[in-house]
Design a binder for this molecule. Structure first.
Ligand code: GLC
Length: 590
């Protein structure tokens, strides 16, 4: 299933091209700029190597065609430069080409982990590649091979599992899905290394960057924090997926905002150069995270020199590219960064662009535009939704008969944005009809017809509205990154209220949970007769109806343990706890 280490057949061309390049052209290749920070002609003037869309970096009118035009404008500019080195565009397509309205949005990785299905993950990645390249994007900032050990982390759902072996299986499948099929698309394996093992309360503030801004609530209490594992644990739990991804042919790795034993990963020369490039033989290039090098030191010159000498090859600036270019140029002129280091970085970048075939064909695949959001693509997403739903409790309720009269309620029943979670159209996602898709309620109605279904979000019905069965869909509001850090992990009070209200009204109550991670569910679980963990299923909510009515069986198995209480968080605490998990890794009824 996995290609051997990527066959690099362009070394001669890389070397020949490098010899022709000026210092300005070399440093331009090492510079990645956010698309709102630069005009295409300046991308040419400064020989910029890459442009990205951050989360929600969409054209004014967010359509696949306008995305393709936006990306093409940068590529056309790059074609006017002296050496015509193609510019590579990057975007976070972490669950489908999720920024683009109309693209199919797949379940997040937390759900794919519950499928245990590596072949499905490869197909998901290939479809994502097809929708990306329809818009001219050759580089996906995915897969995350984080191994989240603390479900209070707002990025838990970007991880496949708490279990390293499962992350390896599905992470390498995703890399192969992007890279070993048509259209060949560059994976970015992230975030190196140990991003999922940071300790609660260790995230630092960087006053020279963010002033005295404080995130609301528990925001950024663990994201970008300090991983204090010893080296053996770091290697066994968090490094292993990178070793596997390199063997599977990865040519790009994104460095983590987090720290290891108090040192920022972007300054970790031992791990970035000695271990990753030396011991593991990584021959691709390292990209920084968003303005992450500036967290190294208040002095920007020090940050740039430290990061490049630690092993960073391309820097996600993303705004003031002129400052980055002039600072790195000065560092080379002053001898603080060697030309050897610059040449190594540029070789690695050019190697990936040659491997992608971009020197022969730098543009997007307009022929794939009709496939964006197609029924065939949505069918695969629906399959992923079916296979990821985990049945945690079922006392004689599921599957529902198709002649059942149903009362449906809950904040997540008819809410596409809540189904999708973060990284959906906008960075943080949003509630409501954010794009085209099928809500769980619409899926239920398509399965059994609208006449048998009464819906009220708050579970308030006329007194004579009776039904034997109620379905309540509840869960987390969308979030991304540190803004999703959460130290309590309980359901919102209004969700509990709807469950209690429905409990009074129906004989059998089915609760469906939409969440990016396990939550503390003892109370809603006790109130339910059946309980389904549906994670963040994306646009194809029909897949939830498929398993509710038995069109397909429940096959999902937990990829993260459900703790009984907060005392069993993080995972090491659970493993030491005498009572064991409420639902352990691997649990799932069928
Ligand atoms: C974000 C994330 C990273 C993403 C990058 C570009 O802050 O940490 O996962 O790829 O910036 O959006």
């Amino acid at each position: 299933m996995h290609s051997s280490r990527t066959a690099l057949t362009n070394e001669a061309e890389v070397e020949a091209l490098l010899q022709q390049m000026t210092l300005a052209e070399k440093i331009g290749q090492m510079t990645q700029v956010e698309k709102n920070s630069i005009q295409p002609e300046d991308a040419a003037n400064y020989f910029i190597g890459s442009v990205l869309s951050g989360g929600g970096g969409n054209p004014q009118n967010n359509t696949p065609e306008n995305w393709a035009q936006m990306v093409r404008s940068f590529q056309e500019a790059a074609q006017t430069t002296r050496l015509r080195i193609p510019l590579i565009y990057g975007s976070d397509a972490v669950h489908g080409h999720n920024n683009v309205r109309g693209a199919v949005i797949f379940p997040h990785n937390v759900a794919l982990g519950a499928t245990r299905d590596a072949d499905l993950v490869q197909r998901v990645a290939n479809i994502t590649a097809r929708e990306l390249q329809a818009t001219g994007v050759h580089w996906n900032f995915a897969p995350a091979v984080s191994v989240p050990q603390d479900i209070r982390w707002g990025r838990t759902y970007e991880g496949f599992s708490e279990n390293t072996e499962l992350v390896i299986t599905l992470g390498t499948a995703y890399v192969c899905g992007l890279q070993d099929h048509d259209p060949r698309t560059l994976a970015s394996v992230k975030h190196f290394v140990g991003d999922g093992g940071t300790r609660w309360g260790t995230t630092r503030s960087y006053s020279w960057m963010y002033g005295n801004w404080q995130a609301p609530g528990d925001g950024y209490k663990i994201d970008q924090g300090d991983n204090q594992d010893d080296e053996a644990t770091l290697r066994a739990t968090h490094l292993a997926p990178y070793r596997a991804a390199i063997e599977a042919g990865a040519l790009n790795i994104m460095v983590s905002f987090s720290s290891w034993q108090g040192t920022k990963m972007h300054a970790q020369r031992y791990l970035l150069t000695d271990v990753l490039k030396g011991e593991l033989g990584f021959n691709g290039f390292l990209i920084s995270d968003w303005m992450a090098i500036s967290q190294i030191d208040e002095d920007y010159y020090t940050s740039v020199v430290t990061a490049i000498n630690a092993g960073l090859d391309m820097v996600m600036v993303p705004f003031d590219y002129k400052a980055f270019i002039s600072t790195l140029t000065r560092a080379v002129e002053q001898g603080d960064v060697s030309m050897t280091r610059i040449d190594d970085a540029v070789q690695r970048i050019l190697r990936a662009k040659f491997w992608l075939g971009m020197f022969d064909y730098p543009f997007g695949r307009d022929d794939l535009l009709p496939e964006v959001g197609s029924a065939a693509h949505r069918e695969v997403a629906r399959e992923a939704v079916r296979k990821s739903a985990v049945l945690l409790k079922n006392e004689g309720v599921l599957p529902l008969a198709k002649d059942t009269r149903l009362l449906v309620a809950g904040s997540g029943a008819d809410n596409l944005g809540k189904q999708c979670g973060g990284w959906s159209i906008d960075w943080q996602g949003a509630q409501g009809e954010i794009t085209q898709g099928t809500t769980i309620l619409e899926g239920i109605r398509q399965t059994i017809g609208g006449a048998q279904v009464s819906y009220n979000e708050n579970g308030v019905f006329a007194d004579d509205e009776r039904a034997a069965v109620g379905v309540v869909v509840v869960g987390e509001a969308p979030y991304a990154e540190g803004l999703g850090d959460n130290g309590t992990l309980t359901l919102p009070a209004e969700d509990i209220a709807v469950i209690e209200r429905m409990r009074q009204r129906v004989k059998k109550l089915v609760v469906i949970l939409l969440s990016g991670r396990p939550l503390l569910i003892a109370n809603p679980l006790a109130l339910s007769d059946a309980f389904v963990a549906a994670w963040l299923p994306g646009t194809e909510g029909q897949g939830v109806a498929d398993v509710l009515f038995g069109d397909t069986p429940f096959v999902g198995r937990l990829s993260f343990s459900f703790p009984r209480s907060i005392e069993q968080v993080p995972l090491p605490a659970l493993k030491q706890h005498p009572d064991g998990a409420m639902f352990p890794f691997g649990y799932g009824l069928s």
